[in-house]
Design a protein around this ligand. Structure first.
Ligand code: SF4
Length: 76
């Protein structure tokens, strides 16, 4: 299961793309391709084990419980 903080957007801030790209709603930025593999739990990676951003949220009591997922492609 993908990270609940993962969204796909075509635009954020000054960045704009033709195709939706992986976007971290915690860090408020697009994520690199290698990071997106973690976000999507691909290739044996797991967001709840390998992402320091997610784990930081978990430490704050928010990780894994917040079901925010924006697939609208809109702005934050
Ligand atoms: S796995 Fe990490 S970088 Fe990816 S959406 Fe979740 S918190 Fe953000």
């Amino acid at each position: 299961m993908a990270c609940p903080y993962l969204a796909y957007r075509t635009q954020a801030g000054d960045a704009q793309f033709d195709e939706p790209r992986a976007y971290c709603t915690v860090a408020d930025r697009f994520v690199q391709a290698m990071r997106a593999d973690i976000c999507n739990d691909r290739y044996g990676l797991a967001h709840d084990e390998h992402c320091e951003i997610y784990l930081g949220c978990a430490d704050d009591g928010g990780g894994g419980t917040d079901q925010r997922r924006d697939r609208s492609g809109g702005n934050p």
